[in-house]
Design a protein. Structure first.
Length: 456
């Protein structure tokens, strides 16, 4: 199976050779085996385990097993123990997923990791496909989980699923052959969870019936996924313009799917709802100039085609609490902070998107917000204070870009005009003992094809 996994990575080009990978390991057979195989394949593996404390001593036993695995393999190990007070009364699985992935994002930022691997396999894929179908998904939803996607909306980290081509039976057989130890989570059979209830029903089928059912389901999912990739390739090549002549020849479900893929191309995290797509298709019978706005995407009717483009949202004026270790997410991107001890390195950043600040000069509670009229700071290298508005003008910042400028605040004082200049009061000096490194990573905007070539 190990050679098959290597071939799988090679064919999909999921992860470059020798990359750093954070592997989410629960203690189950699939994630245990995934960590072992990735290390054997030559990747730089670190293990991350979340102890939600939902099953008492059983949760602690899971953690101990994963900790021993990391020690035996000589891998970096991270554990997050979740406070009971943070648990919601309902939607436990959705909450746990958010907690897990936000923590993964922070770990990647702190350890310069670009890939997170999780152990979803072919049986999980079939369950996802059936659950989507039960919820009334469009055809695209039957493609289920992709091999790779961004970890979160603004993330530069990729979430990868290397085991999607392998069944649970294959995984258990391989783990047994290697005499690996793993633990079973009894909640996987609990009828209170939707997926668990479905899994229980599927297990009532005979092994041969289930195998045939899974094979047929995965074949359908693969075909839908292939067609979806074809649509996306066409959109990337030709742009987000819909020919009215073409739309009139397409079956309704394909036209709807095409519009949904265009919306996702413009904003990968926009809602995928057929009602939104239909509002775009309704422009076919409207007058020239008619337009609709769909949250982050705009569409309008021209004489012989429909044009779609991304709406540049107004900056969010609400301050965001800044984490000294990890990510702070904004509409326009994310701020990644890392605290470190002083070394012999220089701390005058040559990249304007990076700032080095004296950590001990900063207050415990930091925040990030858009600049406002009246903001004033002490620009590094200048004498005295200056109004931020005047500073941006002197720096040649275009009026259209000024509204998006963010400031990092320590208390009521500006520590960094993000992407431009730090405040002299927070610079690193010979007496500095701890440094806070801050990096601003802009959201990668999808560009609209300026020539507006028509899909044909």
């Amino acid at each position: 199976m190990n050679s098959s996994l290597k071939e799988h990575f090679s064919s999909l080009q999921l992860i470059p050779t020798a990359s750093r990978i954070l592997v989410g390991v629960s203690g189950g057979v699939d994630s245990i085996l995934l960590a072992v195989l990735l290390q054997e394949a030559g990747y730089q593996v670190r293990i991350a385990h979340v102890n939600y404390g939902l099953r008492g001593s059983a949760s602690d036993s899971d953690e101990n097993l994963v900790r021993m695995l990391a020690s035996r393999l000589n891998l970096g190990f991270h554990v997050l123990n979740v406070s009971e007070s943070t648990r919601p009364d309902t939607s436990l699985q959705a909450w746990a997923r958010v907690v897990r992935y936000e923590w993964f994002e922070s770990l990647c930022a702190l350890n310069d990791i670009q890939f997170v691997a999780v152990a979803h396999h072919a049986d999980d894929q079939l369950e996802t496909m059936l659950l989507n179908l039960a919820r009334g998904t469009s055809v695209a939803g039957l493609a289920a989980m992709p091999d790779s996607r961004p970890l979160s909306r603004y993330s530069e980290v990729s979430l990868v699923r290397p085991l999607l081509s392998f069944t649970r039976a294959e995984i258990e057989a391989e783990a047994g052959r290697r005499t690996l130890a793993w633990r079973e989570d009894e909640s996987n059979s609990s009828p209170i969870f939707e997926r668990s209830a479905l899994r229980t029903e599927l297990r009532e089928m005979s092994s041969s019936e289930y195998a045939s059912f899974r094979e047929a389901g995965m074949a359908l999912s693969d075909k839908i996924g292939a067609f979806r990739r074809l649509l996306r390739s066409s959109i990337e090549e030709r742009g987000t313009v819909l020919s009215l002549a073409e739309l009139n020849t397409l079956p309704g479900w394909i036209a709807t799917w095409l519009v949904m893929e265009m919306i996702e191309h413009l904003d990968p995290f926009a809602p995928r709802r057929s009602t939104i797509a239909r509002s775009v298709l309704d422009l076919v019978g409207s007058q020239v100039g008619k337009r609709v706005e769909l949250e982050s995407v705009r569409a309008w009717r021209e004489r012989d085609h429909i044009v779609m483009e991304r709406i540049l949202l107004q900056p969010d004026q609400t301050p965001s609490a800044v984490h000294r270790r990890g990510n702070t997410i904004r509409e326009s991107g994310r701020l990644v902070c890392k605290e470190m001890m002083v070394s012999t390195d220089g701390y005058l950043a040559t990249d304007q998107k990076i700032a080095y600040l004296d950590s001990d000069m900063l207050q415990d509670h930091l925040s990030l917000r858009c600049w406002t009229a009246g903001d004033r700071f002490y620009p590094l290298g200048m004498d005295g204070s200056k109004k931020l508005k005047s500073f941006l003008t002197d720096e040649g910042v275009a009026a259209s870009e000024k509204k998006n400028v963010l400031v990092l605040l320590s208390g009521g004082r500006i520590a960094w005009v993000v992407g431009h200049r730090i405040d002299d009061r927070f610079k690193v000096t010979p007496s500095t003992k701890r440094v806070l490194r801050c990096e601003w990573i802009e959201k990668r905007e999808e560009t609209v094809n300026s020539t507006r070539r028509v899909l044909s």
